[in-house]
Design a protein around this ligand. Sequence first.
Ligand code: FAD
Ligand code: EPU
Length: 341
Amino acid sequence: MLFTHSLKSFNTFGLAQSCKELVAADSKAAIKDICLPIWQRQEPMLVLGGGSNVVFTDDFHGTVVRILSKGIKLSQDESFFYLEVEAGENWHELVEFTLDRNMPGLENLALIPGTVGAAPIQNIGAYGVELCDVCDWVEYLDLESGEFIRLTANECQFAYRESIFKGALRNCAVITAVGIRLAKDWQPKLAYGPLQSFDSLTVTAWDIFERVCQVRREKLPDPMVLGNAGSFFKNPIISAATYLELALRFPSVVGYAQTNGDVKLAAGWLIEQAGLKGFVLGKVAVHDKQALVLVNRGGATGQDICRLALHVIERVEAVFGVTLEAEPRVIGLIGEGHLDD
Ligand code: FAD
Ligand code: EPU
């Protein structure tokens, strides 16, 4: 550890890297006051929420800004509840907050770690719902101009694990607040496997919340016990023609048809069928209950994780001809990098 500020408790992989400066921004004004000067001096800066989607491969030679701004404003009209949520609020606590106040709509997204401010970045999704289904707008500090800008959900270019914040605005926008819009005419979303047994006429949002939490606790390792960042790979999206070829060779391949005809493959299935479920490489492993999750068995480094990830990518490519992409952001010496840096 080069610097005195440890990042170990600020990332869910539990990686023991450090950073030169570590500061907390607890309001929108503080985010601006802290981030703008660092950006203008062109010094390395990393904006950090809950650290549940990052892999630190080195000590960070710059300032890590933790987003801790809090606050939730509520309003409503005839058809919707509207929430204006500060970026540093915890996502799961927001889900509980809405359900406690009889505002259903976020229950399928229970127990996703991290902050509200990070939720739009990869358009968090689980159990048949994505952030884009409930997002009204996203406000961010534009580091180029120093202005706060509000984008409509449509302008955020949301897609599966994607948004403008991973594209054109990558690393030059600090999200400060998210607007959520929940329909008063609530319709349960029960399409996902373990939710299909509910009766749509009698199910409550709390029933869904509890089932989602139960399934997640069974499948996903608790980062407090076994360091991880959730799914390490995105589910790859391939053309219908490629899917048909694959299905001829591997009839049990798991794929989900997309609205445009493409097919989203279950990467967990690919990794398991490539023989890697439970595979151990020194201090890291492919989780034995969910092959899409890589875990820190204790004392691993970010480099160890990247090495295992590259091995998984290579094996899956060799067996299926499909290239997996990492979901977490790899953070190196002075900023974002790649698995093979
Ligand atoms: P961080 O890890 O702190 O940051 C992630 C990236 O966003 C970094 O590049 C960071 O610089 C940037 N960033 C963070 N906050 C801001 C901000 N305010 N402005 C600009 N940039 C910012 N994800 C899902 O989609 N679905 C799941 O079901 C799911 N399950 C998970 C289960 C487990 C056990 C774990 C550990 C993770 C899971 N994830 C899931 C991934 C993760 O929870 C989400 O990606 C989450 O949104 C990350 O939030 P965070 O605050 O921890 O972000
Ligand atoms: N599968 C296997 N072996 C495994 C794991 C999965 O064969 O070891 C197959 C199963 O057949 C299952 C299919 O893969 O039918 C899908 O598995 P699961 O329902 O567990 O979902 P997932 O595709 O592994 C995705 C998200 C999760 C999200 C869940 C629930 C991605 C990359 N991951 O996982 O998000 O919670 O669906 O909706 O899209 C995350 O992004 O960090 C994350 C945890």
